[in-house]
Design a protein around this ligand. Sequence first.
Ligand code: NAD
Length: 317
Amino acid sequence: MTELRFDGQVAIVTGAGNGLGRHHALLLASRGARVVVNDLGGSVTGDGADAGPAEAVAREIRDQGGEAVADTHSVATREGGEVIVRTALKTYGQIDILVNNAGIVRDVPLSDMTPDDLDPMIDVHLKGAFYVTVPAWRVMREQGYGRVVNTTSSAGILGSTHKSHYGAAKTGLIGFTRVLAVEGAAHNIRVNAIAPIAATRMLAVTMAEGDNGRRLDPADLAMMHAVTSKLDPALVAPVVAFLAHEDCPVTGEIYTAGAGQVARFFTGRTKGYYRPDLSIEDVRDHLAEIRDETGYTVPEDSGGEIAQLLQAIAASP
Ligand code: NAD
C-alpha cells in the first residue's frame, strides 16, 4: 500500500495547540509536511492568550524529527491572518495546505444573546477563516495548487440548543467551502469541510451543557459519556489529512468524522411539487409531496439547482 505523504509541502493548521488541531498538525508533520502550528492559546470560551500550546506542539513535532514553527496570532483579525500566512512564507517559502480549525464555544440562549457573545463567535470561526484564507488563497492561486480544509459542525448543520451564534458561524463555513470549491476549481485548489466529533475540552463543555438538562436528554448523555473514550481526536486527523492531500479527488464536500467513522453530509433537494399558479393552499395540501425524499437529487451547485427547476417546469403538462 502506498503511503500518502506531504514531503516538500507546507501546511498551516490554525488552533493547533490543543485538541483536534494538534492531531492534524502531528499527522501532517509525521508524513513530511512542514507545519505552521498556529494557536492563540486562550480558554475554550475564547478568553486570554498563551504562547505555550502552539510552542509545545511545534516542539513536539520537532522532537519527533519533523519541521514546525509556532505562531501565536489570533485568526480573528485581518492582521492576524496576514501574519500567520507571512510566517509560513518567511519560514518555508510556500503554502500548500490550510486547515481552518481554530474555534471557541460558549452556549447562550438566543433571548440572552448580546454582541459580546455573538461577535467573538463570528470573528473566530467565520471571519477568522476568511482572514487566513484570503492571503493564503492568493499564494495558492499564483502557484496553481492548494488544499483548504474548513471545520464546520453538526451543531449548525443539524441544530443544537443555545448555539445559534456558533451554528450560524459554522454553517457559514459551508457556504464558504462550496463557493471556494467552485472558485478554486480552475486553479487546482480543492476546498472541503469536516464536521468532527471528538473528545476535546470543547466537547467537554458541550456535554456539561447537556448535564444541565438543556441540550441532551439523559439517555443521549449517558451514551455520550460511554462513547467518549472512543472519540479520540487523532481519529479525525486522517480525514483532514486525506482532504489536504494532492490525491484528494473531491471538492466542496462535507465529511463527518468521529471515533474512526467517516461519512458524508450532503444537501439534497426533493423532487418537489410544481404548479404555475401556486397558492398558499397548494403548499398546505401538497406538503407531503414537497417533503417526500423519494428520488431526491444532490445539485452540484446553484446553477445545477436552477437547471432542475427548469426541467421540472418543462416536464409538467
Ligand atoms: P479545542 O478547544 O481543544 O481547540 C481549539 C483551539 O483553537 C484551541 O487550542 C484554541 O486556543 C484555538 N483558538 C481559539 N481561538 C483562536 C484564535 N482566535 N486564533 C487562533 N487559535 C484560536 O477544541 P477542538 O474540539 O479541538 O475544536 C477544533 C475545531 O473543531 C473547532 O473549530 C471546533 O468548533 C470544531 N468542532 C469540534 C467538535 C468536537 O467534537 N470537538 C465538534 C464540532 C466542531
